[in-house]
Design a protein around this ligand. Sequence first.
Ligand SMILES: Nc1ncnc2c1ncn2[C@@H]1O[C@H](COP(=O)(O)OP(=O)(O)OP(=O)(O)O)[C@@H](O)[C@H]1O
Length: 291
Amino acid sequence: MTEVNLTQISKKFGKSTVLKQIDLTLAGQTIYGLLGRNGAGKSTLLNIIENRIPATSGSVQIDGEDNVNNDLALGKVYLMSEQNLYSNSAKVDQIFRETALFYPGFDFELAHQLTNKFELNENLRFGKLSTGYRAVMKDIIALAVDAEVILLDEPTLGLDAAHRELFYQELMEAYAKRPRIFVISTHLIEEIAGLIEHVLLLKDGKMMLNDTTENLLAQSYAITGPEKQVQEYTAGLNVIGHDSLGKLRSDYVFGELDDQRILPDTVSVEGIDLQKLFINLTNGQWEKERA
Ligand SMILES: Nc1ncnc2c1ncn2[C@@H]1O[C@H](COP(=O)(O)OP(=O)(O)OP(=O)(O)O)[C@@H](O)[C@H]1O
């Protein structure tokens, strides 16, 4: 099984440091969700893994081999990104064949099935495809390449709701047929929350969370009730945000609750979903709540 190890990866663009000493291991058969707000550095990180851009410092090893100028190591990784790497005059089926030169195990049968399902005409030239269909074509390639590590940078950008749904289904099917490492970077957390087994959350250039979805949700709570009682109950806990509705208040807590505290009858404790956790961890309110 392939393993990707990032050691102390930093990236600067001019004076701004986008990634700060990231240590990360991608391993096993896992669907990772790479989350982070706009500009958090998700694409930069994926591009560094695929060696499309150089890190300022640090290293990426794929099965113990440095990824820089190493076709063998890079052949184990496929990055689907917004960047258009194809000539406008190339037809879709020709692009499939060209991809197969780099990824010899390319699954043409699956690619054809998927072009049918997505109603993508393989005779069309890349330059004639709409933005959505360009993404569809790239998604199809990502599912059909024979790579151990599939990096998907905003795979559903430009896809309509029906195509997004179809893509998630096909992704799950491809994963079930051949479990490997998928990393999905996206803003549409709600849509993929059910798919992600492991969360990687980038904030301020650092890997703020790196844990299984299950572990994260097991320590995420909404404490709801009358404002005063809620605030008394959550005082000193790791409150990452809150919502208010009239006199009702929900405090979102990430981390352990205090078993010794008595929960008033008027106050409830419930779990929260990944989307809510993400919003509260990344909107900056957390730091203010803690200040
Ligand atoms: N080639 C570049 N030159 C200068 N700055 C860059 C370059 N590429 C990215 N950046 C900057 O680095 C930061 C991180 O960008 P990146 O695209 O990795 O973020 P992202 O998390 O993928 O964002 P989004 O979700 O909006 O796509 C941004 O501030 C961006 O402007």
